[in-house]
Structures are given as C-alpha cells and as structure tokens.
Design a protein around this ligand. Structure first.
Ligand SMILES: [Zn+2]
Length: 291
C-alpha cells in the first residue's frame, strides 16, 4: 500500500471497529457535526447533498475557547459522524459526559505536525495540501458510514483535490516573488502556511488568541518589525485589533486583516468559503510583502 492509500484507509480501519456501517438506503441524509469552519467547508465539499452538516462553533466565534452547548452534545449523540481537528484545538472533547458513546473522528490523522514553543501547533488547515489530506480522511470516514455512495464521495474528493492543488500552485507562484518573507500576525495561526511557502510568521499572541503577550514580547515584535522593514501588521476579524493598532502606531505600519479561517461571520458565510478566503489572504500577503 503506498502512502496515499494508507492515509485513505487508515481512518476507515480505525472507525470500522467502533461504529457499525449504516444502511444508507433506508436513510435520507447523513448528519455530520463539525467542530469549526474549515472542517465544515471540507465535509460539505465531499458529502454535498448526501449530508446535513452542522457546524458547532457558531458564526463569528473561534474554536480555541469554544465548547458545545448541552443541546449540541445531545444532537451529536444522534449524528452519523462527528469530525474534529484534534491536536489540542477542541478542548471540549476531553470533557464530554461519561454517557457520551459516539466516536469522535479526527480529520488531521496522518498529517505531519509542527511545534511552537514545545506545543503542537493545531493550525494545519492553513496549508492547502494539509486541507487535501483532511478531505481524504473525511472521505474515508464518510465511506465507513455510507459505503453505498463511496464513488460519489471519491468523485467529490477528486474535484476538491484539483481545486486545492490549483490554490496551492497559485500561492507558491505568488509567494515566490515576495521581497519580504516576514509577516507579523496577531496569534500564531500561520505556521503551516508560512513554512510551506517559505515565509516566517512573527506573532503577537501565542497559539491561542487568548494568550496575551508580555511587554517584553511586544518589544521584541516591534524590534523585528524594524529589523525586517515590515510595513503591515496583520490582525484578525475575530480578535481585538487593539494590540496590532498599538504596534502599528509605534512603528508607522498599517493594520490589515488576515483570516485564519477559524470562523466566518454570518455575512461571510453567505458568499465566502475556504478557497475564496485563502485567495483573499494571498492578495493581502502580496500587498504586504512585495513593497
Ligand atoms: Zn488559532
């Protein structure tokens, strides 16, 4: 079995022992719960009209400090699949009630992880090639509960793989021309994206937006902004831009937003998705790194 086949079938093998295969012919649609936006986007691309996908982290919120409501936990008990990122992003999976008997499936299985200050960085989805691996895992999980539609899911995976590979190529071409390879971001979400495209993130907060920076850490960021002639401080829509504004003021930079896709607003959900947000991120990086 080559590496790709192992990645494709490993989750199925893991799940097969935990959940019985459903007779999908007797059921209209699957119910899938996803922990936060990127997994919702990926699961929707693969399942399309075969499933109702319910996203747990609400619009306008980020997943680091979110926990599902009791009603959502009850709903998950009846779900066909519960998909999470894992790698320490969703702490709530450790505190599910003892009576909870559903298998929670991790979509990042088989993805090579990186560490930041000794802690595993959970933000794997911001490298489009990792996103493809997540969709391969999701496809395997879907087939494990709805084998009858296996070919349909595999076809959707092929389409998504083509699209995400194009996005990756476009990112590669764009970032290769950057004259400045350093970016300043609010929380350390862009490690996988930066490593993949040969950029370096300088972060203000830690792995979670709740990790407040110390005065010394802020001084270091400001020193690096000057050292690397950085012109833009990236903030996020879901996080206060107060610190970014203050650094910008001290260094003469402008503030822009870069979206780590941890959650879209109600409005954005109407017209944006993973790919459109990533293209937008790429354009903002280009404006910041090519001057
Ligand atoms: Zn994050």
């Amino acid at each position: 079995m080559n590496r790709k086949s192992v990645l494709m079938f490993l989750p199925v093998m893991l799940l097969a022992s935990c959940s019985g295969t459903k007779d999908s012919a007797s059921k209209d649609k699957l119910t899938i719960y996803t922990s936060f936006y990127p997994i919702y986007d990926f699961a929707t691309r693969i399942a399309k009209d075969k499933a109702t996908v319910i996203n747990i982290t609400p619009a306008g919120s980020e997943p680091h400090d979110y926990a599902p409501t009791t009603k959502e936990v009850l709903g998950m008990e009846d779900a066909d699949l519960i998909l999470v990122n894992g790698l320490g992003l969703e702490n709530w999976t450790d505190s599910l009630p003892e009576s909870f008997n559903k298998k929670v499936a991790t979509v990042t299985d088989g993805i090579e992880t990186e560490k930041i200050n000794g802690t595993v960085d959970p933000h794997v989805w911001l490298n489009p090639l990792n996103a493809i691996k997540e969709m391969e895992n999701i496809t395997s999980y879907l087939i494990s509960v709805d084998n009858i539609n296996a070919e349909y899911y595999k076809g959707n995976l092929d389409d998504a793989t083509y699209l995400f590979t194009s996005l990756d190529n476009s990112f590669k071409e764009t970032t290769a021309a950057f004259t400045n390879k350093h970016i300043v971001v609010s929380h350390a979400a862009f490690g996988y994206l930066c490593n993949h495209y040969d950029l370096e993130q300088i972060y203000v907060d830690g792995i979670s937006p709740d990790d407040e920076p110390t005065a010394k850490a802020l001084e270091e960021v400001i020193a690096n902004v000057k050292k690397y002639n950085i012109t833009t401080i990236f903030s996020e829509e879901l996080v206060s831009s107060e610190i970014a504004e203050s650094i910008a003021k001290k260094t003469g930079c402008r503030v822009e937003t870069l979206n780590p896709l941890e959650g879209l607003s109600e409005d954005e959900l109407q017209y944006e998705d993973y790919v459109s947000v990533m293209v937008n991120n790429m354009q903002k990086l280009k404006a910041a790194c090519e001057e």
